[in-house]
Design a protein around this ligand. Sequence first.
Ligand code: BEZ
Length: 324
Amino acid sequence: MKHFTRILATATLVAASAFAVHADEFRLGLITPPPHIWTKAAEAFGAELSEKSGGAHSVGVFPSRQLGNEAEMLQQLQTGALDMAFMTVAEVSNRATDLGSFYAPYLANDIAHAGRILRSDTAAALLEPLPAQVGVVGLGYGMAGLRQIVSRGDVSSSADLAGKKLRITPFTPILDFYNALGAAPTPMPLPAVYDALANGQVDAIDMDAELIWVLKYYEHADTIIQSDHMMFPMVGLVSAKVWAGLSDDDRAMIGELMAKHVDSTIDSYIEKEAGWLEQIEGTGKTYTKVDASFFGDAIDQWNTIWSEKAASLEKLRAVAAETE
Ligand code: BEZ
């Protein structure tokens, strides 16, 4: 009998540890391709988590939308079918409106200023409601570069974009911005963009310098407008269901390391943005630098809409003023 009890206890232990090992093979999804800064940061996070946990935890990184688009991945995080993601704040803002304030046109004067805003306590506080609101835990911000416009044909003023099909990332703040400008904003996920611009399905795209350069979006365009009109934050997420099942020690380790690696992307963009823009300018395409005045009253319209939609807007403006 004793022997049987011991076998049962051993079997239970084996089953429990098999489950623990399985549970600790976290899956992390992204939409960015393997060479992208976000994907590299996700891999570095996985490597450090594995090292610091003595191999108890590992992270399988699934780039390029292998687990679905961001809306699908967010659903999977909610149900616990996916453990982790590095995701655009854009997608999360579709469920947590206060995050939309990050996209106030010209909230940041430049990319380093965008970094300082994202590293503020006010920005961190905007992640606190996510477990209850969205079913995810936001552990820290990263970012991509500031937004630029790449267009087929000549664009010498914003009137040249009127009625033009202009690809946007699918989220409301940017939709509001280009609607105010009089363009025809066309929501489209990242992987569809190159072909859409190449075959004329869209006339222009809203994009950052890294991808314009690395994925060669300029190849099928005539005009690059360096407008720097919005920041583009990213957030490191863990499923709230998965988080609830972790020990305090694991939460502390995962929280610290994920925050560190998403934050590292901020330094990467601050360091590299100017170089990508120089290379894009060197392609011989028409390259125009513009400021807020290019967008006429579209910015005021956006501010009116969003000061009603999101109480966070005034708070982030205060941070922007303090960190200038
Ligand atoms: C975009 O939708 O433009 C985008 C998405 C993820 C990273 C960078 C850009």
